[in-house]
Design a binder for this molecule. Structure first.
Ligand code: SDX
Length: 429
């Protein structure tokens, strides 16, 4: 791959070091620094601001252009023409399915949506008010206890079976976590409903009356699943790859990804946005400006939730689609004047005109509007990141599958050591 080289000269080294430079299909060239170890040098890049951890063909992001491609397809076109199950197939296998492949994949997903009956016992150990992300993280890891078959991660078919099981069962476990929180009986998945409809059914149906899925909600839910499906080497996906590089089973790897996603700087932001909008209270200029000023105050750790992104230095294309979905759902519900939506839109407008945000290229990200849509659909705030995890499972498991489909090494970064020199243990007096 290397037809070009970078030459590194280091003060105090009596020679320069040549490093291969690779070009990808799209995006910046990379400098292969693996040879530095042999020269007694490490690179230093806390937070991996300028580090490519792997090769991947799944998703491409151009932060300057506000571009997001899944296997080459722009997220805006996918959101308009595709659906989540078709996107799952495309992310996992590399291309859009033909009609037969789609029908077969959809049937496979449907046939794995149930969970082992004994898994229900896992829930009884939690307090009723346990955060559903803690339940999801634990129960997902616990799936490994039920699937000793097909766990040879070196076999492609075993990896695909685990991927299908995870894609299929995450909505079921997520809905169970919600039902456990509110003390209602679990709903078994149904095969006559599509992926998003089934999730809403398992969330909101009760034995008391027949539950009809609102088609606007189902379409919005499917689109929300699509918008959160994958995003290159983000913190949680990198966590899954790192766990997978040790040979850990896929259920443990996805559980690790759920744990990483939970943080408010990552997938926990959608829940944090709603809390922030609640605290702002109303769309009065002084209230909103107070939060903008807090976000700009270097001495205040508060960040404007749902704003900013490590990669997007332009708009997040998902945020645009999410905003459209938000308007559609709230219009359908006659909630176009929803107070939190008004605060969010005013907050966005003021921030985007403020030099602090303009200079730092801070725009709304995917989490800024998603919470408003989910809340309008009756989904509680503590389930927002759970829904993000249900969606991102396909991204995580696709990257896990991609890594294991090729040769790979255990991820083991080094460090810049700043501790003590060697010193002797003090002799007892
Ligand atoms: C997701 O990686 C992904 O792809 C993630 C994700 C995915 O799909 O997987 O897209 C999902 O996690 C979206 C992001 C959700 N998080 C939030 O909305 C939380 C609020 N955002 C910030 O915490 C922050 O913007 C991050 C964490 C998203 C990005 O942080 P970076 O890249 O480390 O940027 P930074 O902290 O270095 O910020 C650069 C400057 C700093 O100011 P200066 O030191 O230069 O003066 O911008 C400021 C920051 O203080 N800044 C913000 C801000 N985000 C950055 N200031 C106020 N409010 C913010 N939201």
């Amino acid at each position: 791959m290397a037809d070009r080289k970078a030459t590194l000269t280091v003060d105090g080294l009596d020679k320069s070091i040549e490093l291969p430079v690779y070009s990808g299909a799209l995006g910046p060239d990379v400098i292969d620094v693996r040879g530095l170890g042999g020269e007694g040098l490490f690179t230093y890049d806390p937070g991996f601001m300028a580090t490519s951890s792997c090769q991947s063909a799944i998703t491409y992001i151009d932060g300057g252009q506000g571009m997001l491609l899944h296997r080459g397809y722009p997220i805006g076109q996918l959101a308009q023409h595709s659906n989540f199950v078709e996107l799952c197939y495309t992310l996992l296998f590399g291309d859009l399915p033909d009609d037969d492949q789609y029908a077969e994949f959809q049937a496979r997903i449907r046939n794995h949506t149930m969970v082992h009956d004994q898994l229900n016992n896992f829930f009884k150990g939690f307090r009723r008010d346990a955060h559903p992300m803690s339940i999801l993280c634990s129960v997902t890891g616990g799936l490994a206890a039920f699937y000793h078959d097909h766990m040879n991660i070196a076999r492609e078919e075993d990896r695909v079976i685990s991927a299908v099981r995870l894609i299929a069962k995450m909505p079921t476990i997520a809905a169970m976590a919600y039902k456990y929180n509110i003390g209602q009986p679990f709903n078994s998945p149904r095969n006559d409903l599509n992926y998003a409809e089934n999730f809403l059914y398992m969330m909101f149906a009760t034995p008391a009356e027949e539950y009809r899925v609102n088609p606007v909600y189902a379409k919005a839910m499917d689109r929300i699943f699509m918008l959160h499906a994958d995003h290159e080497q983000n913190a949680s996906t990198s966590t899954v790859r790192m766990a997978g590089s040790t040979g850990a089973n896929p259920f443990a790897c996805i559980s690790a990804g759920i744990a990483a996603l939970w943080g408010p700087a990552h997938g926990g932001a959608n829940e944090a946005v709603l809390k922030m909008l609640d605290e702002i209270g109303d769309d009065s200029e002084e209230n909103i400006q107070r939060f903008i000023d807090k976000a700009k105050d270097k001495n205040d750790p508060f960040k404007l939730m749902g704003f900013g992104h490590r990669v997007y230095r332009n708009f997040d294309p998902r945020a645009r689609v999410m905003k459209e979905t938000c308007d559609e759902v709230l219009d359908e519900l006659g909630l176009a004047d929803d107070p939190q939506l008004k605060i969010a839109k005013r907050l966005e407008q003021i921030a985007l005109e403020d030099d602090y945000f303009i200079e730092r290229k801070l725009y709304p990200n995917v989490d800024f509007y998603s919470g408003i849509v989910l809340k309008a659909m009756g989904i509680p705030t503590n389930m927002f990141t759970v829904i993000f995890a249900v969606s991102r499972t396909i991204g995580w498991i696709s990257h896990w599958h991609e890594m294991l489909s090729d040769s790979y090494k255990i991820s083991r970064p080094r460090q810049l050591y700043t501790g003590h020199d060697q010193r002797d243990y003090p002799q007892k007096k």
